[in-house]
Write a protein that binds this ligand. Structure first.
Ligand code: GLC
Length: 390
């Protein structure tokens, strides 16, 4: 039986939701004394964050360029990408073997492919940590089928970031643990809700079509009120054109003077702490939605899309309000909810207070405790390297 680290494998080291969730979980496990390491096929800020915490985080040098393997890309490029993912998987397998790793955890679908090769080579279990729902809507029918089947064949167990994510799996009776991502709970934010005319709204999320920032812009144009809105978030995976289009949409709808785009910010909590309302309005079912919990912990009244993860976090009318953000009527429905919530200062205060209480259920300690039940973790001895040659 191997007694070395559990190796978490990720194809990107960008500060996107799944990678931030991974960083928090692995850092928490490391602090608890567990032997963990992260391998990424790319250098990036996530690795820096992990290293700063003393976690072994290494970059596997290969010619694998993840940005070339994209949903809807050409078949030829896909084939070349798959070939290099297999080569990378072999390298990782050798590394895992020399480190006496006890398991590989694939953090994405690309990592699942590389992890399959790596875990077979090292003869250790592969666990699939799912941050995305494997649906036709998200991946397209062909790819969804391939990924689901691959997962069913190669994964020994699964970690899903919500029940909504788990339900998209084909598990063939293998263990599935629902491990909600934990956040670093901020110090209590003490502030009063502003009067309706002065309300400030914050929306945190990557600027990409499925997150639906445009729905909020349209809802603003329809609202009776004139709140100020701060959009926090950058573009990560070639989504600049959507970001440009958002600025144009704001101008066209005549709301540009009330909205602000900050770009990516390492720590969005101070901006949330200054907002009265936080909005989440993904048009595609959100797998979990860490920004919702961060907003609740920051004492915001939260409005979120009524699907997937948000439904597991929020009890609508109690600690937030859920609204259907799909289809043609999305902006109108969001505008109606916004107007009701902006109008009623007491309602906002009640939702925010209940949100703070609920957010305490999503501590990083709880995430680590849940993850520990499925991961074959060993205690760390000394400071061994993950292995040479990476
Ligand atoms: C992905 C999902 C997001 C979730 C995060 C953490 O980025 O899209 O909903 O919060 O992973 O697991």
């Amino acid at each position: 039986m191997p007694t070395g680290p559990v190796i978490f494998l990720t194809h990107t080291a960008a500060e996107s939701g799944a990678e931030l969730a991974l960083t928090r979980m692995v850092t928490g496990l490391h602090r608890d004394g567990a032997d963990v390491a992260v391998l990424a096929t790319q250098e990036g800020p996530i690795l820096d964050r992990l290293r700063a915490e003393g976690v072994r985080a290494e970059h596997v040098c290969t010619d694998f360029d993840s940005s070339r393997v994209v949903i809807g890309g050409s078949l030829l490029r896909l084939a070349a990408g798959v070939r290099s993912m297999i080569a990378t998987g072999l390298t990782i397998g050798a590394t895992a073997r020399s480190a006496d790793a006890s398991a590989i955890v694939a953090e994405s679908t690309k990592a699942l492919l590389m992890g399959t090769v790596a875990s077979r080579r090292a003869r250790i279990p592969l666990i699939w940590h799912m941050h995305d729902r494997v649906t036709n809507e998200f991946f397209g029918p062909m790819l969804a089928l391939v990924i689901r089947t691959l997962g069913a064949v190669v994964a020994r167990a699964y970690i899903a970031n919500s029940a909504a994510t788990a339900e998209t799996l084909w598990t063939r009776g293998k263990p599935v643990a629902i491990v909600y991502p934990g956040i670093r709970l901020p110090d209590p934010v003490d502030r009063l809700q502003r009067r309706p005319a002065d309300v400030r709204i914050c929306m945190v999320g990557r600027l990409t079509d499925w997150k639906g920032q445009d729905t909020l812009l349209e809802a603003l144009a329809r609202s009776r009120h004139r709140p100020h809105v701060t959009f926090v978030g950058g573009t990560h995976f070639g989504e600049e054109s959507y970001a440009d289009a958002l600025a144009e949409t704001a101008a066209r709808l005549g709301v540009a003077d009330r909205v602000e785009f900050t770009g990516h910010i390492d720590d969005p909590l101070p901006l949330l702490a200054d907002a009265d309302i936080a909005v989440h309005c993904s048009r595609v079912t959100e797998p979990f939605g860490q920004v919702i919990v961060e907003a609740m912990a920051s004492n915001c009244a939260v409005i979120a899309a009524d699907a997937g993860g948000p439904r597991e976090i929020i009890t609508s009318g109690k600690d937030g309000v859920l609204v259907d953000c799909t289809g043609d009527g999305a902006a109108r429905r969001l505008a109606d909810v916004l107007d009701d919530v902006i109008d009623d200062v007491d309602l906002r205060s009640r939702l925010a207070a209940a949100g703070v209480a609920r957010s305490a259920d999503f501590s990083i300690q709880r995430t680590c405790a849940d993850a520990t039940r499925v991961l074959p973790l060993h205690r760390r001895v000394g400071t061994r390297d993950v292995g040479a040659g990476v």
